[in-house]
Design a protein around this ligand. Structure first.
Ligand code: DGP
Length: 112
């Protein structure tokens, strides 16, 4: 298993967990870009958004149920941003599908 996030899910690499269920793991980003910066990942290895298909997309729906629950628990009452970088042009650095939750301050107006 050479995927960093699979190793985090397996507990081989320590992480600051904020949520876990049978399908999803969420933990604090090691290099936060906002006061709250959490990564939400499926336990199933998918390399990124481009790996989502009709056969596996239920996990994405579940992740998007988990995200607002995490945001509520983190007190992000004034809003937050959800980002998923996909591929080299988007500067994806870890090839395991993940959604960034960014919040805790007024974020920038531009996304690129
Ligand atoms: P991206 O660039 O969209 O692929 O985001 C990958 C994120 O993963 C990046 O914001 C930093 C974070 N990250 C990388 N390695 C680790 C790690 O070992 N632990 C944690 N908690 N986050 C990591």
């Amino acid at each position: 298993m050479d995927c960093l996030f699979c190793r985090i899910i397996a507990g081989e690499i320590p992480s600051n967990k904020v949520y876990e269920d049978d399908q999803v793991y969420a933990f604090r980003d090691i290099a936060p870009q906002a006061p709250t910066h959490i990564l939400v990942i499926p336990k199933e290895h998918l390399s990124g958004v481009s790996d989502i298909t009709p056969e596996n997309s239920a996990i994405v729906a579940h992740i998007f149920e988990v995200i607002p629950a995490i945001a509520r628990a983190e007190g992000l009452t004034n809003g937050y941003r959800v980002v998923s970088n996909c591929g080299p042009d988007a500067c994806q650095s870890v090839p395991h599908l993940h959604f960034h939750i960014l919040g805790g301050r007024k974020l920038g107006e531009t996304m690129a």
